[in-house]
Design a protein. Structure first.
Length: 285
């Protein structure tokens, strides 16, 4: 399919990008990797007369790891993230997730910020980012604001980003050293059908506080599993796994599609919650 005519505006500063967002509003989209955006335009399911190319903004290309967090600039690609040794050292589960996003072509061009901004429900990163308490840094005409990823994603292809705002970075707080993390997914088509992120502290075989279990890809947005009553529970107890699996299956609202029926997807969610818990107990960090 032939793309309809559009104008590309290359900018060299965030201020320029924000000004163009103000000027064109919903007629403009921010363009970095373009792996999702251009595909939607080619298929004719979305159209923006103006694309704001933020790739020339040097400040958005930075990837920094400090003692407290990982800060990922808006034009950092999935390929950058999967290959960065500092990221692999402090968040190995996240580096492994990034290495399995889509395919190498998408990872080489696509960005984490673009993945979040497009809000494709069948995506790997959001569930783990929600479980880790990650936030998005937005810049607009009135200044900067921080938004949890859980609050950023509001629906299928819908976000809380204002028409005059630009994502400048994603920040992932680094958990304590004894926090265990896991991400497992089920995928038969091009995109994941179910993704399960699990983040928890386990001491003496018990959860210290409730585990953070987030289900992605099966619903319009990532769903956090209610688990407050499992604080202090034996993490390796089959009854704990069963309780989490049942709570996760109830927390999602899947639809019938080519990936399976809603009932089937709920079953798969339960299976993969058990697998994620198994990784935690095996010491996956």
């Amino acid at each position: 399919m032939v793309l309809r005519r559009f104008d590309v505006h290359k900018v060299t500063s965030v201020a320029e990008a924000v000004a163009l967002r103000q000027r064109y509003g919903e007629d403009a989209a921010v363009y970095a990797g373009g792996t999702e955006l251009l595909l939607a335009m080619k298929l004719g399911v979305a159209r923006w007369p103006h694309l704001i190319d933020i790739k020339p903004i040097a400040a958005l290309r930075t990837l920094a790891v400090t003692k407290d967090l990982v800060r990922i600039g808006a034009t950092v690609t999935h390929w950058d993230l999967e290959r960065d040794p500092a990221v692999a050292n402090v968040l190995p589960v996240f580096a492994r997730l990034e290495a399995n996003v889509a395919n190498v072509r998408v990872r080489a061009a696509g960005t984490l910020a673009g993945n979040l901004a497009f809000a494709e429900p069948h995506a790997d990163p959001p569930a783990l980012l929600v479980a880790l308490g990650a936030r998005v840094i937005l810049e607009g005409p009135t200044g900067t604001r921080n938004l949890l990823v859980s609050d950023l994603l509001t629906g299928m292809y819908q976000t809380a980003i204002a028409p005059d705002e630009v994502i400048v970075a994603i920040e992932i707080p680094l958990p304590a050293r004894d926090v265990r993390m896991a991400y497992v997914k089920f995928q038969v088509l091009e995109r994941p059908s179910v993704g399960v992120a699990a983040v928890a502290t386990v001491r003496d075989g018990k959860f210290v506080g409730p585990p953070a279990i987030v289900i992605g890809s099966v619903d319009e947005v990532p769903r956090a599993v209610p688990a407050a009553e499992l604080a202090g529970a034996l993490a390796g107890d089959p009854r704990t796994a069963e309780a989490l699996a049942e709570a996760a299956s109830a927390a999602v609202d899947p639809s019938d599609d080519l990936a399976g029926s809603a009932e089937y997807k709920r079953h798969v969610v339960g299976v993969f919650v058990r697998r994620a818990l198994g990784q935690l107990m095996a010491g996956a960090a």
